[in-house]
Write a protein that binds this ligand. Sequence first.
Ligand code: DO4
Ligand code: MG
Length: 283
Amino acid sequence: MKLCRFKNAEGELRVGLAIDESTIADLSAGGVESITEILEDADGLARVEGLSDLPTISLAEVELLSPVEKQEVWAAGVTYLRSKKARMEESDFSANAYDKVYEAGRPEIFFKSLPNKVVGPGEAVGIREDSKWNVPEPELTLMVNSRKELVGYTIGNDMSSRDIEGENLLYLPQAKVYDRSCAVGPWVVLGLSEAEVRKWTIGVEIVRDGETIFSGETSINNIKRTFDELVDYLCRSQTFPQGAMLLTGTGVVPGDEFSLAPKDVIRITISGIGTLDNFVESV
Ligand code: DO4
Ligand code: MG
């Protein structure tokens, strides 16, 4: 089951259910006012499946929005071998820390974004004015409810400044958290097990002046840690009354010569979910 948040032609915020590639049903007409209430419902799938006679709308007539409502957004790091290697190459200073955290029992987990700062599909993501080496990080995103249950999946982009991060590990929050540094959405997939999700692929295409200048893909199954392990560490000694989103780390890293530029288009696709499109602007 695939859900989304959207703005209709009248500018009203609604919740949608994907019917096919080009059509959604308006769940708000059946009393669903937020994605969160479905994530919080002990049987959210049955609630949606039980709705009938819903109006349908063409996707061409709506504006898709981020599914993040009031959830804090967190991110895991160095969960793929590719990420560990890229970071060890980017920094002599921090190489040992990346090597160690990849093997350690405790994963790297960091705060990424307040919900109101998250960028939705079609909007600008930011590259910092004081950085010269910027990349997107395409990441499967776990949706966790207030009971610490993993209830859904979406797409995230953990925009990162590699020169700032590479200079000193203590600069990580500046490399990762700034205006427009996190995009999430638009589709939310519910009701699947980790085993099913591990069959998916995640890829990114970057387009400049109409030409693809980078593309890469990996398997979700290359994530070293289980989803339950990541959610467990995220939720240790902290509560999320509104639920939380957890980006699960990147496994696709462009070569060291690559950096994003304003107006680049970033297209992240997860095979079982869909595509998150954004363009780049300097912030
Ligand atoms: O420690 C640096 C950040 C790691 C990260 O964001 C990733 O692996 O995706
Ligand atoms: Mg990341």
